[in-house]
Design a protein around this ligand. Structure first.
Ligand SMILES: [Zn+2]
Ligand SMILES: [Zn+2]
Length: 341
């Protein structure tokens, strides 16, 4: 079988290997599609803080089970599954209370361990989620990023809340759609790129604003009026986005950090203290977020028409990355087709 490997910055190679054998406790997946994510781009550029080469990328996976180990009872051959890529220890304190996403020794398949840019993969069923039998494999690749959106919203007191999301890219869009699907009161998404906001509108996101000229604070006041934003979710992860979130916060606002910040930043601690602003970190998802994501996608609660903006065959894996570099504003989600079923 063929697998793709990041060997150095901007270098992607292919390798021919045996199809992995499975133990009695594992299943064999045939990988049909994988999505390319912002973190894959960082790895491709050699700017990902927590990875080392060589590594097989790919953590947004649409796959089908083609072989089942003797001890596996809850999954069957022919079943479409979504893969949770987090490798957790299961016994640290966060794991013991179900917060696997912040396991003290968290690793992610496709980042710190080999991922799914391969024709087949052996895996234990605990990483898998059942998907409906008619669910499109490309749609299944969106389960993982949507679970990030669900996880992000659930870090806040979202029910009935006014939620502003900074950034209308893939994650910002999915965070905003998750907020609506989970029962937020009113949702605003902001960006500097009109195309992304037009797409957000087409996805049914209630309020969309370009903050290039007016700034986040004004956009929030225009949309939510005096109550302003109960929750601000930062998916842009720039110095400017965090500062604008602080500036736009009102007493008792919650600021959720979902974007990947790369550098330390100073915090306006007096504002946090005096106005009881909560700054909340967010990392990936827990298992229930995956289940919500599958439900929202299969029930059409999250709009995905046009979401997959480019498709590439596996042989053009490197071209997909080059394309994304050249067209950063035209790519919502690029998917690489690896196999057929
Ligand atoms: Zn991802
Ligand atoms: Zn743990």
């Amino acid at each position: 079988m063929k697998k793709a490997i990041f060997t150095a910055p901007f270098k992607i190679g292919f390798q021919e290997t045996e199809i992995p054998s499975i133990s009695d406790d594992e299943v064999l997946l045939k990988v049909i599609s994988i999505g390319i994510c912002g973190s894959d781009i960082q790895m491709y550029h050699g700017r990902h803080k927590y990875m080392t080469y060589p590594v097989v990328p790919g953590h947004e996976v649409g796959s089908v089970i083609v072989k089942v180990g003797a001890n596996v009872t809850d999954f069957q051959v022919g079943e479409r599954v979504s893969v949770e890529p987090q490798i957790t220890c299961g016994h640290c304190y966060p794991c013991s209370i179900g917060r696997f996403n912040v396991c003290e020794s968290l690793k992610v398949k496709g980042v710190h361990a080999d991922g799914f840019a391969a024709e087949y993969a052996a895996i234990e069923p605990r990483f898998l989620h059942h998907c409906p039998g008619n669910m499109d494999f490309d749609l299944i690749t969106l389960v993982e990023p949507l679970a990030v959106g669900v996880g992000s919203v659930k870090r806040s007191h979202y029910e009935g809340a006014n939620i502003a999301i900074i950034g209308a890219g893939t994650i910002g869009n999915l965070v905003a759609q998750s907020a609506q699907a989970l029962g937020a009161g009113s949702v605003l998404v902001t960006d500097f790129v009109d195309g992304r906001l037009d797409f957000a509108k087409a996805c049914g996101i209630q309020h969309c604003a370009n903050t290039r000229d007016i700034g986040l604070k004004q956009a929030i006041e225009n949309t939510f009026g005096e109550r302003k934003a109960d929750v601000i979710i930062d998916c842009a992860a720039t110095r400017g986005s965090f500062m604008s979130a602080m500036e736009a916060s009102r007493p008792s606002s919650e600021i959720v950090i979902t974007g990947n910040y790369k550098e330390p930043m100073e915090l306006e601690v007096p504002r946090i203290q005096r106005r009881e602003v909560s700054v909340i970190g967010h990392m990936m998802y827990v298992r229930e977020d995956f289940a919500d994501a599958i439900r929202f996608l299969s029930e059409g609660k999250v709009k995905t028409a046009g979401f997959i903006s480019q498709r590439f065959p596996f042989d053009d894996f490197d071209k997909a990355f080059a394309f994304i570099d050249e067209h950063p504003n035209d790519v919502m989600k690029a998917v690489v087709n690896i196999g057929t079923y």
